[in-house]
Design a protein around this ligand. Structure first.
Ligand SMILES: Cc1cc2nc3c(=O)[nH]c(=O)nc-3n(C[C@H](O)[C@H](O)[C@H](O)COP(=O)(O)OP(=O)(O)OC[C@H]3O[C@@H](n4cnc5c(N)ncnc54)[C@H](O)[C@@H]3O)c2cc1C
Length: 286
């Protein structure tokens, strides 16, 4: 994790103008940021090739240079504490008076409580109260350019491009776009080509990407996560729907889930995230 802040840029006057309302709201909510002129942006990131109309610098933002290494460290700690990992596909849960039965592709397990945290796939687990939730998926793509991390010193989000460019341990990553498509729909090569083309506009010539990836952002209609006890049973806890922010919000969600499992009241209000909240009002609430 490195603390070099984060930069958002706009390359057109119309784009910069359109950002005003969102920035006003952030200011009101106490988010710390500095608005920058084009020359100040270039000073911070001389590797940018795109025209810059305006920038916003978030000095307190941090970024993870190697998410895989981070997850491996979490897993090692989990194992040290006595956690056991099984790599199996869960198809169903059944609640009994004294526990929950979990059916996987390999066996049936018994548990006191179960946490459903299968991201966008959480609806596919039968019997857990997830099947009828309006959980959708915003698919996103990434390209990795090994050896190109030196192009930037911090994550740069290009508003008109709809993606971030991030210097990471394994190279420069371009990640973003939102594709509303079925979970099982094939990879869309046009999205990958778009990212490569716009990435070259952003930072100048780049070699062929060394790796590509399609990811699934689990999203609810109100853009809030689902965190709380299932309407099926208080033995089942839902923890998914973190849309674009699953890594950022994972720590605090984990603490909330631990509280719910241990029967403690979480120290942040979670009423807005309850699995049985109503969504229908959203269409006419203004
Ligand atoms: C291009 C892109 C860029 C992103 N950038 C950021 C970012 O910069 N910062 C940020 O905070 N977030 C970012 N996100 C969002 C983030 O990736 C998601 O919010 C996050 O992955 C959701 O975490 P999750 O654990 O709920 O789901 P997932 O990460 O999808 O994990 C779900 C897990 O459940 C497993 N699973 C599924 N079904 C079953 C089953 N039936 N039985 C057993 N296991 C099952 C899956 O194998 C998987 O391991 C980005 C997403 C994309 C696509």
């Amino acid at each position: 994790m490195v603390a070099r802040g984060q930069l958002s840029i706009w390359s057109t006057a119309a784009g910069a103008k359109g950002a005003a309302a969102g920035l006003g709201l952030k200011r009101k909510l106490g988010v710390d940021f500095d608005e920058l002129m084009s020359a100040e942006v270039r000073n911070l990131e001389p590797g940018l090739a795109v025209p810059v109309e305006k920038g916003v610098f978030y000095p307190k933002a941090r970024h993870v240079r190697d998410p895989e290494a981070l997850v491996r460290r979490f897993h090692a700690r989990f194992t040290d504490l006595g956690g056991v990992t099984l790599t199996e596909q869960v198809s169903r849960t059944r609640v009994h008076s004294d526990g929950v039965e979990i059916s996987t592709d390999a066996q049936t397990l018994a548990a006191g409580r179960v946490v459903i945290a299968a991201g966008a796939f959480s609806r596919r687990i039968a019997g857990a109260g997830t099947e009828r939730l309006p959980l959708g998926c915003e698919r996103g793509y990434h390209l990795m350019f090994a050896g190109e991390a030196h192009r930037l010193t911090r994550p740069v989000g290009w508003s008109e491009g709809g993606f971030y460019s991030v210097p990471m341990a394994r190279g420069l990553r371009l990640a973003g776009t939102v594709e509303i498509a079925a979970l099982d729909a094939p990879v869309n090569p046009n999205r990958l080509a778009y990212l490569a083309r716009r990435g070259r506009e952003l930072v100048g010539p780049l070699p062929e990407p060394t790796r590509t990836w399609l990811g699934y952002r689990p999203s609810m209609p109100d853009a809030l996560p689902v965190l709380g006890v299932s309407p099926e049973s208080d033995r089942i806890i839902h923890a998914f729907g973190h849309q674009h922010l699953g890594l950022t919000l994972g720590g605090i969600s984990g603490r909330i889930v631990a509280d719910l499992v241990e029967g403690r009241r979480p120290d942040v209000p979670i009423e807005a995230f309850r699995p049985d909240r109503r969504y229908a009002q959203l269409s006419w609430r203004r």
